[in-house]
Design a binder for this molecule. Sequence first.
Ligand SMILES: Cc1cc2nc3c(=O)[nH]c(=O)nc-3n(C[C@H](O)[C@H](O)[C@H](O)COP(=O)(O)OP(=O)(O)OC[C@H]3O[C@@H](n4cnc5c(N)ncnc54)[C@H](O)[C@@H]3O)c2cc1C
Ligand code: FES
Length: 427
Amino acid sequence: MIKKFGHDGARKYYEFNKRGLKRIEEIVKKENIDCDFQKVNNYLFAFKESEEENVEAEAKAYMEIGIHGEIVKIDSRISPYKALKITNQANFNPAKYLKGITDKLLENNVKIYENTRIIDIFEKNGAVAISSERKRIKAKRAIIASHYPIYKGFNFYFMKMIPQISYSILSGPTDIEIEDANYINTISNPAIALRFIKGEEGRLLNISGASHDAKAFKPNLEQIELLKDYGRKNFGIKDFPYAWCTQDYSTTDYVPLIGRVSKTIHIMASYNKWGMTTSVAAALLIKDLMTTNFSEFAQFFRPERVKLTKKLFTYNLGMIKTLLKTRCVPRQSLLKLPPDSGKVVKVGNKRVGIYKDKENKLYLVDVTCPHMRCGLRFNQLEKTYDCNCHGSRFDYTGKLLDGPSRRDLYKIEIDGIKNHLTNPSNE
Ligand SMILES: Cc1cc2nc3c(=O)[nH]c(=O)nc-3n(C[C@H](O)[C@H](O)[C@H](O)COP(=O)(O)OP(=O)(O)OC[C@H]3O[C@@H](n4cnc5c(N)ncnc54)[C@H](O)[C@@H]3O)c2cc1C
Ligand code: FES
């Protein structure tokens, strides 16, 4: 941050996020939301001895912009090397927090509409959103907070936002005695973040990380194994019954895109895996813009600041390689596909995504990404089809979940290709 934006910019980013955290705490107290909110320390730790210099560099940066940090040693099971402690951070359960907020909103007669996919928003005497059923929704103003911004405009967000996949595992109840805090390592492979979570059965250890750019083609189950391996070796935990993977967008300057994109339309996106505090701070920024037409943070986060530079073009040129790579699918037989698993196979001239559910029912979809025609890959962990190019994701029935695509995948009639699927001579 200091390198890119100087001390004032880095301080601004810190103050902005601090504002988000303070607001969450205020809401939790005022509305009395039971969401396991607790003030904790955060430790940025070195994973290897060679990374201690990262911790020291970060401590120096903190000092330069006036954040109180202290170099300490943490529980050696997490890491025996140096760590940087920062106080007054927080942990909470975001699902319980959101439930508390939506309950309050409903009590106050605020209407929440679900299952209405918006496929476009534009400006015409206010904001007009178009739903996937081609209905128009008109409003004085609109805020787009849809992870990947729906707004088409002249923006090329798909070229400016880099999808990154991260993984997370959760243990069963554990009696490991380690300070309740947030632990995260400096740049390393795999990235590791740890925290304890209050479960109904007791205290559970959550390990997240092993992140990579979507275009890196890493097998999801192997990334999960990296995290499990760390948990087994460092804490002796044999079993992690829960595992997920998910995706978040980052900009090339690591600063989110927040603000006005036209007179009545605002976006908030690309939180670079820090969206809990940042999204709340973003909401405050947009509220300030709407009510007073001013925010001290508006200039720093303005969405139009990310220009299509040579670096971005070079990055996106690499997408042609990704596109070609994802469109090559070896011909395979489906005969060995076990229940609850999927594959992308070539049937005739078509690339077909096939998922077989636990009851052996087949779901077939055309796995050409509707956005720019990259080939989708099956994600065995989440049972989704993911696009390595710009991050569109679909469930195994073809329903769009996330990303720049605007529609679901085409379903394929089983009858038409049944022969190919059951006859090994068609391999
Ligand atoms: C492993 C991992 C760990 C993380 N840890 C932290 C952490 O410790 N601290 C932190 O601050 N952040 C963390 N994050 C990041 C944080 O979870 C995300 O940045 C944040 O949830 C993104 O919020 P969002 O509102 O942009 O998107 P979402 O939470 O995805 O919400 C978008 C909403 O828009 C809806 N939507 C999408 N498209 C449409 C459409 N076309 N029409 C209508 N509705 C639509 C979706 O259904 C969804 O409800 C972590 C992320 C990962 C992956
Ligand atoms: S081609 Fe862009 S998201 Fe798939």
